[in-house]
Write a protein that binds this ligand. Structure first.
Ligand SMILES: Nc1ncnc2c1ncn2[C@@H]1O[C@H](COP(=O)(O)OP(=O)(O)O)[C@@H](O)[C@H]1O
Ligand SMILES: [Mg+2]
Length: 198
């Protein structure tokens, strides 16, 4: 009985938290090999990603690869004013970091330029569960939905490519989605890339 959002969220979080460090390392390496060959990755210059939390698949090998390739990296920061939205700020090897209210590491904002969400080329985002038709379930705060709500109006035409990163077991045949849920353009896992075509 996985229909109910809360039950599914709890189940998936427990499962990813139970992975060993070795399993996490293998998954993140495999993910990196899958992502690096994709055209949308090779073409992207301004790339937002995240630091892993709660058993999320670890994009660290991708961070190293992006730096090697000269891409500009950004991390999400909780928006200081606008409720449950994200800001994106540059992330380099010497960016000062702090823990936010969820205890997730984020760049210290002071005087940092912020890149508008519309001006990113690619956003690699964590998720709790996904469906192969582009459905994304997050941690329940709706942060990415609010931040990328503009994509709902102009499907695929403007704005960054939105790609979920996940362990393959986080895939569901169906997800209970709501009108505000912003669909993904694809999901990359430790074994596969799921391209979503509308
Ligand atoms: N664009 C939006 N504008 C206003 N509220 C939103 C928007 N997107 C999501 N929300 C709110 O955020 C809450 C969490 O969204 P939900 O999709 O359940 O979380 P998540 O995407 O993290 O799994 C919902 O109660 C929803 O009403
Ligand atoms: Mg949502």
């Amino acid at each position: 009985m996985m229909q109910d959002r809360k039950t599914l969220r709890r189940h998936m979080r427990a499962r990813r938290q139970a992975l060993t460090p070795r399993q996490q390392r293998q998954a993140s390496q495999a993910l990196s090999h899958i992502v690096r060959t994709q055209l949308w990755f090779r073409q992207a210059r301004h790339v937002a990603l995240y630091l892993p939390n709660d058993g999320e698949i670890d994009p660290s090998p991708l961070i190293a690869l992006c730096r090697h390739l000269g891409k500009r990296l950004y991390l999400p920061v909780l928006h200081p004013i606008r409720h449950n939205r994200l800001w994106f700020t540059p992330y380099t090897a010497d960016t000062p970091m702090r823990r936010n209210r969820y205890r997730i590491l984020e760049p210290v904002l002071q005087g940092k330029p912020v890149r508008p969400a519309q001006a990113l080329d690619l956003v690699l985002m964590p998720l709790v569960a996904f469906s192969a038709d582009g459905g994304r379930m997050g941690m329940g705060g709706g942060y990415y939905d609010r931040t990328f709500a503009f994509k709902l109006q102009q499907h695929g035409l403007k704005g960054p490519k939105l790609i979920g990163l996940a362990h393959d077991f986080q895939r569901q045949t169906r997800l209970p989605l709501e009108p505000w849920d912003v669909p993904l353009d694809g999901v990359a896992t430790d074994c596969c890339f799921y391209r979503i075509s509308y």
